[in-house]
Design a protein around this ligand. Structure first.
Ligand code: TXA
Ligand code: MG
Length: 340
């Protein structure tokens, strides 16, 4: 068990922040809350600490990390070039769940960018994350605090369950607000390219940078890889996850699995019709509001996964702006992208 310190999310206790900063300075790993998901924090400029992050996650070394900074000025200092579109986006969305990829300063540790010449930067809005960054006085590298390709953690308990002693200290500030990761954009050229849908919507990006291309969709359909977070299988529970078109479709799939002796859950934001569902099929209602659904999603999948189900059948969510990130994650979490 790692050490866990409970922190007030609205008024972070100074002693806990001091301890987190001490661990980071010593090259350690601190799991910390952000407004999206919990991150696995390390000093971004410390090669050895970064190596520990990759090892703790079991993450391939060519998968770059996000550097979390205090403000746009600190972000621009880590960039070789800070284009106007980056500064417009920073102005509109920081602090908040937008990650901006730009060219990196060549003297930064190569590990932060997985060997590439770019760097991903974000100013989180969570007061605990900001306090840790301010206390350290440097950028904090923080991928989601889960094992490679697994479900992101939205509570400190998820982090402990997933990483155990691989992390030195966990700051527990309760559940994350957005519950889904930041939107990642490549701001190096026009059009602005979305590398990962997330908590900032496509329409909001386009209101700031009209020339924005949603590349995530085409990549999911098999185009060349532009960002490791876009790998087809990612954000996945251990159980087989299947996305069903409708409630009736979900029921048919679930019955099929249950009749073969499997234990299965149906996750649905639609109110199920009053038809009978066999006892072997667990019904998991979800909020109909997309933001509330996103907040609940990973926690629900973590909980269902912990009960050792053989399959989770999720009723498809609308494919529109409000559901953009959720529908992306469900697609990537699904074990059989053909079953769509
Ligand atoms: O909400 C979030 O972004 C959370 C919290 C902790 O901030 N962090 C997070 O980090 O989700 P991670 O490492 O799990 O995902 C980072 C995403 C990956 O899809 C990665 O490929 C992409 O950002 N990324 C990072 N650096 C990049 C770069 N230099 N070029 C392209 N993509 C990059
Ligand atoms: Mg991740």
């Amino acid at each position: 068990m790692p050490r866990v310190l409970v922190v007030d999310p609205l008024s972070p206790d100074e002693s806990a922040i001091r301890e987190a900063v001490r661990v980071l300075r010593a090259g350690g790993l601190v799991a910390l809350p952000t407004e999206t998901v919990y991150g696995l924090g390390a000093r971004a400029l410390d090669e050895r600490a970064l190596a520990r992050v990759f090892a703790a996650k079991g993450r391939p070394l060519n998968h770059p990390l996000i550097a979390h900074v205090a403000d746009a000025t600190q972000a621009a200092r880590l960039a070789a070039h800070w284009p106007k579109r980056a500064s417009d986006l920073a102005h509109a969305f920081w602090p908040g769940p937008l990650t901006i990829v730009v060219r990196r300063r060549p003297d930064l540790p190569a590990a932060i960018s997985g060997g590439a010449d770019s760097i991903a930067l974000r100013v989180p809005s969570h007061l605990v994350a900001l306090a840790v960054i301010a206390g350290l006085g440097e950028a904090v590298a923080a991928p989601s605090a889960n094992r490679y390709q697994g479900l992101s953690p939205t509570t400190a308990q998820h982090v402990v369950k997933e990483l155990g002693d691989r992390v030195d200290l966990v700051l527990d500030a309760g559940p994350c607000d957005a519950g889904i990761e930041s939107t990642v954009v490549d701001a190096r050229q026009a059009p602005l390219r979305v590398l990962r849908p997330g908590a900032i919507r496509l329409s909001a990006l386009r209101a700031v940078v009209a020339d924005t291309e949603d590349t995530a969709e085409s990549v999911a359909e098999g185009a060349p890889r532009v960002s490791p977070g876009l790998d087809a299988r990612h954000y996945a529970p251990r159980a087989r996850l299947v996305v069903a078109d409708t409630w009736a479709h979900a029921q048919r799939i679930a019955h099929g699995i249950a009749s073969e002796g499997g234990r299965v859950a149906i996750v649905t934001h639609e109110r199920p019709p009053a038809t009978e569902t066999p006892d072997t099929v667990l019904l998991q209602p979800m909020p109909a509001d997309p933001a509330a659904y996103a907040r609940a999603l990973y926690g629900t999948l973590h909980r269902l996964d912990d009960t050792g189900l053989s399959a989770i059948v999720v009723v498809r969510v609308p494919n529109d702006d409000a559901w953009w990130a959720v529908s992306d994650r469900l697609r990537r979490a699904s074990s059989d992208p053909g079953t769509k």
